[in-house]
Design a protein around this ligand. Structure first.
Ligand SMILES: Nc1ncnc2c1ncn2[C@@H]1O[C@H](COP(=O)(O)OP(=O)(O)OP(=O)(O)O)[C@@H](O)[C@H]1O
Length: 787
C-alpha cells in the first residue's frame, strides 16, 4: 500500500493494526515502513537527524531512538513514529556528561527525560543497533568481542537515565539484576535485499567467545520462540511465563501471526495507555489506580497494555532481546475463549482509564506536568526572615537585608500566570563569589580599593531589584512554557544592565542545577566584540554547536535549526549586548535575530541590550521593531541616593570613607550621568590619594574633591580645553549626533546639520562646509599642531 499524500517517499508496509485502543485514538497504526532506503519496523533502533547539532546529516549529528509505534497522523507531515530516546553521554545532563566512565562514541544511555517522543519518519537518517550490556562490562571490550558489522552504527547501552525526583536524574543499570547473567541484548534489522541496510551476524558463523556463545543460544531460543508463534499452541512449553502471557489476537490481525512483546521498559511503555499519548504523570496515576481496582493486573493485561506489535513472518531473522523471557510472551491465534477474555479485559481497562482521564480536569493534568502541587519543597521558597540577612535564596552569603520584591509588570501575561506558582520566591539580585581570589590587601584602604574596582564582582546589585524581577520572571515563564520571545533592555551606560542580566542568568542556572526548572542553554553576543555585524551568525553557531563556518553558511545552518522542529531541543537563551552595533543598512542581522524567536519550533529567547530607549523606533524598520515586541525594561540613571547605596554596599563592614565624602561623589555623578562605573572610579581614586596622604586610613572630603578635579582635568579634558572654538563646536556637534542616534558612526552631513543648530543657538557664525571639513581632516590637525 503506497501513500500518495504529500510525500511519496514514505511507504507503510503491511496492513494497518486495528485495536479498540487505536480506533479510539482515531489514528492508523502500522508495523513497518519504508523511507527511501530505510526499511524499519517497531522495535528497530534508528538514527534521527538532530537539527540542533553541528552537522545533522552525519551519524554524529543524529540521536539514537527505538521505534515504539508507527502511525499516520493528520497534517503536512503525516508519517510519524513514537520513539524511546537514547542519548550519547554528551547529551546527558551536565553532571553525567563529563563522566569519564562513559564512552562518548560507543555508548548510549536510555533517556527517560520528557522529550517530545513523536517524530517525523522523514527525519530518520538510518537504522542502527543497540546492545544492552551489564553495567560492569567494558563497552570497548564488548564491542571488540562482538565483531558486529562495521558499516552499521552499533552502540552498547549500560545505563538508563531515570528521574530520582522532579527534574533530578540518576543513572540506573539498563539491564535488570536478573538480566545480567544473560547475553547482550541485540535487536537486528530485517535483512532485505532491496535495502543497503546492515546484515547482522545472526546468520553468519558466530565466533566462539563466551559472550557470543550465549548470544548464539539466545538467537536459537528466539528463533524457536518465533517458530512457536507460527505453530499455534505447539511451543515447547519450557517457559512458564511465556505460556501464561500467551493471548489470542485473531481479531486484530486476521492475516498475521502476531507476537506481542512486552518491552524491557515497562514503566515507559505503560505510558502508551494514555488514550491521547500525553500527560504521563496523570496516566501513571491512572494505571496504578486501575491496577489497584482490579487487585493487581494479571500479567496478560500488562502484556496487552504495554505491548508493541510486530509481524513475525516465517523467515524473519529477528533476534529478540536477551534475558527478556520473563517479560515477553507470544500471542497465539485460534483460542476463542482467551480472545474473548482478553477483549473483555481490554475494553474494561480502557473504559476505566478513559473515564478517569475525562474526569480529570485538564487544568490539573497540565499543572501536574509543570509543577507538582504536592512537591512544594521543589519550588523556590521565600527565605526565612531570620536567616535572610545571612543567606540569600540560593545559598550565597548576602550582607544585605532583602527588600520586598515589587510585583512583576511585564506585558507577558502568560508568563505571569505560570510564574505565579514559583513566585513565592523572594529574589535579591546577588552575584556569586569570584573563583580566583584577588591578591590579599595589606591595609583597609587597599581592600576598599579592591572592592570598589568595577571588575570586582559585588555580592549584590542594590537598587536593581525591580529590573531583576522583570527579567527573571520573563525568562522563567519562557523556560517553563518552552516558548520563544524577545525582550529589549535599554539604559544609559553604567546603569547595571549587563550586570543584572548576567545575575538573572546565574540565578536561573542555579535553579536548573537544583532541578527546580528545566534545562536551558545560554549564549552571548556582544556587538563590540564583532568585527562586523554578520559575524554574529558565526559566533552564535560556534557557541551552539562548536562549529566555525563562514557567515553565509552559519546563517543557513541557524535558519535551519530555528525553523525546524527539534524534539529534544531545550530553550536557548541568547543575550545580544550592544544591539545597535549590529545595525546594517538592510537590517538583516537584527531582523533574523528577532525573527527566529517567533518560530514555534525555535525555543529561542533573545534579550537585547542597547543604550538608547527609542532605538527600535528610531533606527529599526517597522517589521524589525514589530518582532522585538513590547516587552521592554528601562534602566534609568542612578539617583544620588542609589549611587550612595551602591558605594556603601561595596564598603560594607569597613570604616574607611567619610559618609559626607561618599555623598559628595554620588551627588556629583548623579548630576552628570548617573553612571555607577564613574562613581566607583572616583571613589577608588580617592582611596589612592588618601593612601599617599597621611590621613590615618580615612578617605575625606579633600581626597574626593581632588579626585573629582583630576577627572575634570584628565588628558582628554585638557586636550579639548586647548582646542579652538570651531573645533570645540565641531566636537559638540559630533557628540550630539552620536547621542541622538545611539550609533557611534555618523556622516559629515549629519554632523554639519548639528553644527548649524549649535551655532545658531550659541550665536556664532556658521563655518562654511570647507572650514568644517578642514576641522576633521588630517591636514587641519597637522596645521593646527604646527600653529
Ligand atoms: N546596582 C549596582 N550595584 C553594584 N554595582 C553596580 C550596580 N550597577 C552597576 N554596577 C557596577 O557598574 C559596572 C557597570 O555595569 P554594567 O556593565 O552592567 O552597566 P551597563 O549598563 O551594561 O553599561 P554599558 O551600557 O556601558 O555596557 C558593573 O561592573 C558593576 O560593577
Amino acid at each position: 500500500m503506497r501513500n500518495t499524500r504529500n510525500n511519496p517517499l514514505v511507504e507503510w508496509k503491511g496492513s494497518a493494526i486495528s485495536t479498540n485502543y487505536y480506533d479510539y485514538c482515531k489514528r492508523t497504526y502500522y508495523r513497518e515502513f519504508a523511507f527511501g532506503r530505510i526499511h524499519g519496523k517497531i522495535g528497530d533502533f534508528v538514527l534521527i537527524s538532530n537539527a540542533d547539532s553541528a552537522d545533522p546529516d552525519t551519524v554524529e549529528g543524529c540521536d539514537v531512538a527505538e521505534i515504539l509505534k508507527l502511525f499516520e497522523a493528520k497534517g503536512d507531515d503525516p508519517y510519524k513514529a513514537k520513539v524511546k530516546w537514547y542519548s550519547r553521554p554528551n547529551g546527558l545532563p551536565k553532571k553525567f556528561a563529563s563522566s569519564k566512565e562513559l564512552y562518548q562514541n560507543l555508548e548510549v544511555i536510555q533517556d527517560n527525560r520528557s522529550f517530545d517522543d513523536i517524530v517525523s519518519i522523514e527525519t530518520f537518517f538510518s537504522l542502527c543497533q543497540v546492545v544492552g550490556i551489564d553495567m560492569n562490562e567494558d563497552p570497548a571490550e564488548v564491542m571488540k568481542s562482538l565483531e558486529l558489522p562495521t558499516n552499521f552504527p552499533v552502540y552498547v547501552c549500560r545505563y538508563k537515565l531515570v528521574y530520582a525526583a522532579k527534574r533530578v536524574f540518576k543513572l540506573e543499570p539498563y539491564l535488570k539484576m536478573n538480566d545480567t547473567s544473560s547475553s547482550p541484548r541485540i535487536k537486528t534489522v530485517k535483512d532485505t535485499s532491496s535495502s543497503p541496510r546492515i546484515k547482522t551476524k545472526a546468520s553468519q558463523e558466530i565466533p566462539s567467545s563466551p559472550r557470543l556463545k550465549a548470544l548464539k543460544e539466545k538467537v536459537l531460543r528466539n528463533k524457536k520462540l518465533e517458530q512457536g508463534v507460527k505453530n499455534l499452541g505447539n511451543d515447547d512449553g519450557n517457559d512458564v511465563d511465556e505460556k501464561e502471557e500467551r493471548l489470542n489476537n485473531k481479531k486484530n490481525s486476521p492475516s498475521f501471526d502476531i507476537q506481542i512483546t512486552t518491552s524491557l521498559y515497562e514503566p515507559q511503555q505503560s505510558l502508551t495507555l494514555d488514550p491521547r499519548e500525553r500527560n504521563p504523570v496523570v496516566l501513571n496515576r491512572e494505571i496504578s489506580g486501575a491496577t489497584r481496582l482490579w487487585g493487581g493486573a494479571p500479567s496478560c493485561w500488562k502484556t496487552m497494555l504495554g505491548c508493541s506489535f510486530f509481524s513475525a513472518k516465517k523467515n524473519d531473522p529477528h533476534i529478540m532481546p536477551s534475558g527478556s523471557a520473563p517479560r515477553r510472551s507470544s500471542i497465539l491465534e485460534h483460542h476463542g475463549f482467551e480472545t474473548w477474555i482478553r477483549n473483555l479485559a481490554y475494553e474494561v481497562v480502557c473504559h476505566f482509564i478513559f473515564n478517569i482521564y475525562e474526569k480529570t480536569p485538564s487544568s490539573k493534568r497540565n499543572k501536574s506536568e509543570i509543577i507538582s502541587p504536592t512537591k512544594s519543597s521543589q519550588r523556590l521558597r521565600r527565605p526565612n526572615k531570620k536567616s535572610s540577612s545571612k543567606k540569600d535564596l540560593y545559598g550565597n552569603t548576602s550582607p544585605r537585608t532583602p527588600k520586598s520584591v515589587s510585583k512583576l509588570k511585564t506585558s507577558e501575561t502568560s508568563s505571569k500566570k505560570k510564574s505565579s506558582s514559583v513566585r513565592l520566591a523572594h529574589l535579591t539580585p546577588s552575584v556569586p563569589e569570584r573563583s580566583t581570589s584577588l591578591s590579599t590587601p595589606n591595609s583597609a584602604l587597599q581592600e576598599a580599593r579592591a572592592r570598589l574596582h568595577v571588575s570586582a564582582v559585588p555580592k549584590s546589585l542594590p537598587c536593581r531589584e525591580k529590573e531583576f524581577d522583570n527579567i527573571y520572571y520573563f525568562l522563567l515563564g519562557k523556560i517553563l512554557d518552552g516558548t520563544g520571545g524577545c525582550m529589549y533592555i535599554s539604559g544609559v551606560p553604567g546603569t547595571g544592565k549587563t550586570a543584572t542580566v548576567q545575575e538573572v542568568v546565574r540565578t536561573l542556572q542555579n535553579a536548573t542545577s537544583q532541578g527546580e526548572i528545566p534545562e536551558f542553554q545560554f549564549v552571548e553576543l556582544n556587538g563590540m566584540r564583532l568585527t562586523e555585524p554578520r559575524q554574529a551568525y558565526v559566533q552564535l553557531l560556534k557557541q551552539l554547536t562548536g562549529r566555525t563556518v563562514v557567515a553565509e553558511q552559519a546563517q543557513q545552518l541557524l535558519e535551519r535549526r530555528f525553523t525546524h522542529t527539534g524534539p529534544r531541543r531545550i530553550t536557548t537563551l541568547l543575550l545580544v549586548d550592544e544591539l545597535d552595533l549590529l545595525w546594517t543598512r538592510r537590517q538583516d542581522v537584527v531582523y533574523n535575530l528577532l525573527d527566529w524567536p517567533t518560530k514555534s519550533s525555535s525555543r529561542l529567547v533573545v534579550l537585547t541590550i542597547a543604550n538608547t530607549m527609542n532605538l527600535p523606533e528610531r533606527l529599526l524598520m517597522g517589521r524589525v521593531t514589530s518582532r522585538l515586541g513590547l516587552t521592554r525594561v528601562t534602566f534609568h540613571p542612578y539617583t544620588h541616593k542609589q549611587l550612595e547605596e551602591i558605594v556603601l554596599a561595596r564598603l560594607e563592614g569597613m570604616k574607611v570613607f567619610d559618609p559626607d565624602a561618599v555623598q559628595l561623589v554620588a551627588r556629583k555623578v548623579a548630576a552628570v550621568s548617573g553612571d555607577a562605573r564613574r562613581a566607583l572610579d572616583i571613589c577608588r581614586r580617592a582611596t589612592e590619594l588618601a593612601e599617599n596622604d597621611d590621613s590615618e586610613g580615612m578617605v575625606e572630603m579633600k581626597h574626593v574633591d581632588q579626585a573629582l578635579l583630576e577627572m575634570v582635568a584628565s588628558t582628554k579634558v585638557q586636550a579639548i580645553r586647548y582646542c579652538s572654538k570651531i573645533e570645540q563646536l565641531f566636537l559638540s556637534a559630533v557628540a550630539a549626533e552620536v547621542q541622538r542616534t545611539g550609533v557611534e558612526e555618523t556622516s559629515f552631513h549629519k554632523v554639519y546639520m548639528q553644527l548649524r543648530s549649535l551655532c545658531t543657538f550659541d550665536g556664532y557664525a556658521l563655518p562654511s562646509i570647507t572650514e568644517a571639513l578642514g576641522v576633521c581632516s588630517p591636514s587641519w590637525q597637522l596645521s593646527s599642531t604646527f600653529n
